[in-house]
Ligand binder design. Sequence first.
Ligand code: S3P
Length: 428
Amino acid sequence: MEINKLTGSLKGEIRVPGDKSISHRSIILGSISEGKTHINNFLMGEDCLNTIKCFRKLGVKIDINDSEVIVDGVGIKGLKKSIEPLYAGNSGTTMRLLTGLLSGQSFETIISGDESLSKRPMDRITKPLSLMGADISCSNGIYPPIIINQVNKLTGLKYKQKKASAQVKSSILLAGLYTDEDIEILQPEISRDHTERMMKYFGIDIRIEGKKIYMRGKREKLTGKKVFVPGDISSAAFYIVAASIIKDSHIVIKDVGINDTRTGIIDVMMNMGGSIKIHNKRTINEEDVGDIEIKYSNLKSIEIGGDIIPRIIDEIPIIALAANFAEGSTVIRDAEELKVKETNRIDAVCCELNKMGADIIPSDDGMIINGGKNLTGSSVSSRGDHRIAMMLAVAGYLAEGKTSIDNFESVNVSNPNFMKIFNSLCHI
Ligand code: S3P
């Protein structure tokens, strides 16, 4: 992909594709519900389509038409053994959540992934699931493919998470649907809570008290529902930052998910001096939704760390770009998780943006971004990571000359329309 410096500003109103995390969960919970689940604004990105393909292999009928995805739920005990291994592609959420769900079934399952996913650690889920009686193995005890053996029953679990992770807690909660005993999870910091909210919406007795989650024994059945998937704030983040740093911009992003476990990007940008307002707040199927208005502003550096990190974990690459255009040095710490995302995002952000003239120093758990640097178009690589690709595209629009981004197609994972939406905002 080749990108030239943008001469004008960003103006207008857009919508971003449906939330990736919520789209995955709507297929998972819809599949094990009784009755049909109708999903509106489902994210037709590669990750979520892989989740659909996995459930079809497990015997669930899922229809995709122009306006909605319809899942014909088979009930909590109705999944069938897949004759071939399941394939999660690039999607850590698919692999980790399905491993939890499938660890209490009366059949064996194998789940594999692409080259990137095959290098991501799975012991963070296999350890707690084994404590529940699951029988799971993976290569070196850590990496995919995952083999889930049949077990007679799972037990309850009282688990203190060492690291905040929605994928880990969701994996435990989904396994917890297959035991009559209690599940209690204590989180070090609060991570995204879409699983908890959607389980509640589908009829499960689940309670959140601060950092604790309780799911009491004797599960109720899940009932198929209508789900509206709000726009993905992690996709919106690229346009939020672009409008904040491209002079004279003024945009509105409609119907975005603003669940407060996800809105760290808004807090960070406002702390940096950004001009952001939320309008038309409402709650749809237990999720908060609103319209986000962003205006260009002069940004200043800040320090970022501690309990905000799980709320911005997917947005740090684009926050680093915002910090490059801010006055002063921004410090990001407590974010070592970035090393085990789709690529090592500390390394990718620092190396690729420094090629364009940024001054970013990597650290063990984050980076220091010395702001106020002009960027120059160069040849850079997404490293096959959708969020690095989109961050570099925004950088390319701000850099002098031409930027060429290798393996840009990775944007298809979460926002196949990234460019089309961006171009609709460009005003010369
Ligand atoms: C996700 C949780 C986060 C996030 C990922 C999606 C989810 O991962 O980075 O993109 O849908 O549960 P962790 O739970 O590993 O932090």
